[in-house]
Design a protein around this ligand. Structure first.
Ligand code: FAD
Length: 493
């Protein structure tokens, strides 16, 4: 059968995911495909998802979205990383910052030199060799050439979707308000022919993007794609989310504080703070979560905490028939490393590259699914690491995650690091050496040995080098203004 060219893309769902897709396809295939987005005013968006990672700035650049405009429109602040408190052990904390720790030598990664320095009596925290980590701790930030910081945003999810909607509509994306009530399938191929709205109208299309959130209306509801459940590795399945007013200056990092059966996020915006308590319902009930959340809020409450339930895992096929699931419809890992919005933008870029303008080819679908699976599994392992590499034994929750069997891929990485100090990262993996080493060392996985090549450098030189680098970082950061001062200046343009 000849291939059907893709001339009309229909996106179902107008949350962050739906509008990110609309903006991407609208921008890159403007005039070549029609893009329609359907969303229902009666079905609210998930309303969370306010911490991002630096890939978002790359997406904005690709789409030529002016960052200062986003910052203003979404009351955003800058983010240099995540501060993890009470994860390795109660009372400990560390930063997983977005930048490079130390310098990369041909001979070995920086952790080997840091490890040798410790042996020589230099007691400097790993993060002190990272610009972003030190800047975050000091509450300073600027976009400058020197020092150039890697950054992302904390933003208001509702306002961001609205911003993207305006951006997309200006590109010709057509929005339909209405509730999808029925998905019509081709009886011969099983492909989606169209979606029928409650008011009776049917919208047909060639390629459907399911951004309907946890409902996964097309991908699961109509196509019964199936779900790979990862709850045995990521047992948190509930979150209580609430906004508070501010109680101090906005810090340029997300806070992730571990509690007895879960953890709490604090995401500072210009005008308020987003908070949430993520927990595992098999180990704690809503009453505990509500109490723990309230006890650990710093600003005045704005409304009552709202429960969001989820199942960690992913859809078995992200692209099935003529439908691609993106956002929460494709699955959900955990908010812990703020990866969900990233996974939407990376899926959009994947689609833009493999766009089936001349028709959907099975080999392309297969490749799309292979890449999506690999990406999700890499992120999954990195998130599990935070739970598993703990020394906490104060509750059944921590005892479970500390002792549970983890994926072989992760087990191997932890053992490699512990035994040899080495980290191997695949070409397309989101989290690189800097991420893995900061989290492992931050949670107390200290390599037993360092690479022998480090001994080619005399001890005195190692100490001088490490001290020199630490001082260089501190000096570079000392030139930066307070975070909020920079935001005001930046938004004034
Ligand atoms: P939704 O926001 O749920 O949107 C679904 C859309 O589908 C809505 O517009 C709705 O109207 C529409 N819809 C549904 N059914 C129909 C129908 N029948 N007819 C018509 N329209 C319909 N991600 C991050 O990157 N960083 C974070 O810090 C982060 N924190 C999170 C915390 C929690 C507790 C959770 C659960 C998620 C978090 N995420 C985070 C994920 C992030 O919120 C989502 O990836 C992002 O908001 C995208 O959601 P979505 O657009 O897929 O779904």
């Amino acid at each position: 059968m000849p291939m059907q060219p893709v001339k009309h893309v229909v996106i179902v769902g107008g949350g962050t995911a739906g509008w990110l897709v609309a903006a991407g396809v609208g921008k890159m295939y403007q005039g070549r495909v029609r893009v329609t987005l359907i969303e229902s005013d009666d079905i609210p968006t998930v309303g969370v998802g306010e911490a991002t990672i630096p890939t978002m700035t790359a997406y904005h650049k690709l789409l030529e979205i002016p960052e200062a405009e986003v910052l203003k429109a979404t009351h955003a602040t800058f983010k240099l990383g995540i501060n993890f408190k009470n994860w390795g052990e109660i009372g400990e904390d560390y930063m997983h910052a977005f930048g490079q720790v130390g310098r990369v030598f041909w001979a070995g990664e920086f952790q080997h030199f840091w490890r040798r320095g410790r042996e020589l009596g230099l007691n400097v925290s790993f993060g002190d060799f990272c610009l972003e980590s030190v800047a975050a701790k000091r509450g300073v930030f600027a976009i400058t050439e020197n020092p150039a910081l890697n950054y992302a945003f904390h933003l208001d999810a509702g306002l961001y979707a609205l911003y993207l909607r305006n951006f997309s509509e200006a590109l010709g994306v057509v929005r339909h308000e209405g509730k999808v009530e029925h998905v019509e399938l081709d009886p011969n191929t099983g492909d989606i022919l169209g979606v029928r709205l409650a008011r009776g109208e049917t919208i047909n299309g060639d390629l459907f993007i399911d951004c309907s959130g946890f409902r996964a209306l097309l991908s699961e509801g109509a196509l019964k794609t199936g779900y790979e459940n990862w709850q045995h590795w990521l047992p948190c399945d509930s979150a209580l989310a609430v906004q508070t007013g501010r109680s101090g200056p906005a810090v340029p990092y997300t806070k992730a504080t571990a509690h007895g059966s879960g953890w709490q996020w604090q995401i500072p915006l210009q005008n308020r703070v987003g908070n949430g308590l993520v927990y595992a319902s098999q180990f704690a009930d809503r009453e505990w979560a509500d109490m723990t959340l309230r006890e650990n809020l710093s600003g005045p409450l704005r409304g009552e905490p709202r429960l969001i339930e989820f199942v960690t895992g992913r859809r078995k096929l992200i692209w099935n028939k003529n439908c691609i699931a993106m956002g929460l419809a494709s699955g959900f890992l955990e908010p812990l490393e703020s990866t969900s919005i990233h996974m939407v933008t990376s899926a959009v870029i994947r689609l833009l590259r493999l766009f089936p303008l001349r028709g959907i080819q099975p080999v392309v679908v297969k490749e799309f699914n292979r890449q999506s699976k690999e990406e999700a599994e890499g992120i999954r392992d990195f998130i599990i690491l935070h739970y598993h590499a703990t020394r906490r034994d104060d509750t059944p929750f921590w005892n479970y995650v500390r002792t549970m069997p983890v994926p072989d891929t992760l087990q191997h990485r932890i053992e490699m690091f512990r035994e040899s100090g080495m980290i191997y990262v695949g070409g397309d993996e989101l989290f690189r050496h800097n991420g893995w080493s900061q989290v492992m060392i931050g949670q107390g996985v200290i390599p037993k040995i360092y690479q022998p090549i480090v001994d080619n450098m005399p001890d005195k030189e190692i100490i001088e080098y490490l001290n020199g680098f630490k001082n260089h970082v501190a000096k570079s950061v000392s030139t930066l203004p307070p975070h909020e001062q920079f935001i005001k200046r930046y938004c004034a343009f």
